[in-house]
Design a protein around this ligand. Structure first.
Ligand code: ASP
Length: 440
């Protein structure tokens, strides 16, 4: 329990939920009070309030967390691997984690594509609206399209997981500016260091203590940030609802509903089944214990920013052993992103429908494969998947600028898919942990 919880007796997740609601509702009210100008732009006062107050509060919260994410990922993973010690055991854990990740990602994309084929959200738009959307958004330059242009081949992407210069990778890990594989490369380096430590435990003992110190510092700092979470989250939600309003949601309602329904099905259907079958845990218990993680993911739209909370909750509330949690959750925060994979599947199909591009079965299968891989390669930061959506669009011949059409609602969907992403990590962690307990 942290300080904030003790002081006023209200559990942190309730405080975050209250902040979230206050932010969302006051954003909507402010939007009504400060009506848009005649040209349809945001009212200047509201713009000022959003930018200088709400967004800044949100940014303070996010930045304090991001400040310690890279050291946390490095120390947690190195210690996790070193703690497991035995390379054979590590291999077993790695293979289990990888298999679950692939199966769950595959299932999520299948649900996404099934949903998009069933509902056909892109065909439900009136012809007028479709033309309006295409004209309004498809001509704007989009950052994600630019980023996707620099995309590497599969061979290079795989090679880039091995960093030439780990420090350079760490520098750009959170904003996509690293020369190689970014966070995946940092993880690879941590993995190698962890194995090396376990080969020579006596001589490296001082370094292990230093890493433990770094890990603890990161956790303490994150604890402070989390005390500020209710306010930061209120700020993030205010700027979201004040900027977005509900109009754009109405236009894209079928798309949004399809994504949300598919995410819910995966979350409450697939994960419930998986934790019940493999971890022998009741789904109610599982979801009840991870509320704080769900809210943090929802509010921050970032798996990496949610990692510290996931690590703590996995250990304290789900009883996952620390080494296993450190390994599975840290790797998972970047590599296991079921929500992202599912969302990419639906988005590609939706845009194909909007632009009247017929995708054959083989092309849809290609979308499944690419979305699963994209889920692994996506950075766990807000909007991390957008450049990869562009790539998948391009590969099946859907106009890539079409991504502009969905950008307006992306933040909302990002919040929801991130929630699924971290739930997936926790589900894999409890299952792998229980599996290990049996194997030991
Ligand atoms: N925001 C997501 C995450 O951090 C990634 C994405 O789908 O954009 O998990």
């Amino acid at each position: 329990m942290n300080e904030a919880t003790k002081k006023n007796g209200l559990a942190l997740h309730w405080q975050i939920l209250i902040g979230l609601l206050i932010g969302a509702v006051s954003g909507l009210i402010a939007r009504q009070v400060f009506a848009a100008t005649e040209t349809g732009e945001m009212h200047p006062t509201l713009q000022w309030l959003t930018k200088n107050i709400a967004e800044s509060l949100g940014q303070i919260f996010l930045r304090v967390i991001f400040m310690v994410v890279v050291p946390l990922v490095f120390s947690a993973l190195t210690l996790g691997v070193a703690g497991i010690g035995d390379v054979r055991k590590l291999g077993r854990l790695g293979v289990r984690t990888l298999m679950m990740t692939m199966i769950l990602s595959g299932a999520s994309v299948a649900i996404g594509l099934g949903g998009a084929n069933l509902v056909k959200p892109g065909e439900r738009l009136s012809d007028e609206k479709r033309t309006e959307l295409k004209e309004r958004f498809a001509t704007q330059p989009v950052k994600a399209v630019e980023q996707a242009k620099n995309a590497k081949s599969i061979r290079d992407s795989l090679l880039d997981i091995i960093p030439r210069n780990p420090l350079q990778e760490m520098v750009g890990a959170l904003d996509g500016s690293s020369p190689g594989g970014g966070m995946l490369a940092v993880m690879f380096f941590a993995l190698v260091c962890g194995v090396a430590i376990s080969v020579s435990p006596e001589r490296t003992a001082p370094l292990v203590r230093v890493l433990e110190g770094i890990y603890d510092i990161a956790m303490v700092v994150i604890g402070w940030a989390m005390n500020f979470a209710p306010i930061g989250v209120a700020g993030l939600m205010f700027s979201l609802t004040a900027t977005l309003g509900v109009d754009i949601l109405q236009t894209l309602i079928w798309y949004v509903v399809t994504v949300l329904a598919a995410l819910s099905l995966h979350m409450f259907g697939v994960y419930s089944l998986v934790v019940w079958l493999f971890a022998k845990m009741s789904p109610r218990q599982f979801f009840g214990r991870i509320t704080e993680v769900l809210l943090t993911a929802f509010a921050t739209s970032s798996s990496n920013a949610t990692l510290p909370t996931s690590l703590r909750v996995a250990e304290e509330k789900l009883g996952v052993r620390r080494d296993v949690a450190n390994f599975v959750l840290t790797v998972g925060s970047t590599a296991n992103q079921n929500g992202t994979a599912l969302y990419e599947g639906i988005t590609v199909l939706f845009l194909a429908q909007v632009f009247g591009v017929e995708l054959t079965f083989a092309q849809q299968f290609q979308v499944v494969l690419m979305s699963v891989l994209a889920g692994v390669g996506t950075a766990g930061v807000p909007g991390g998947s957008l450049p990869l959506v562009v790539l998948v669009l391009k590969s099946v011949g859907v106009p890539e600028e079409g991504i502009g059409i969905i950008l307006g609602v992306d933040r909302l969907l990002d919040m929801c898919r991130t929630t699924l992403n971290v739930t997936g990590d926790l589900a894999v962690a409890v299952c792998v942990d229980r599996g290990e307990a049996v194997a030991d």
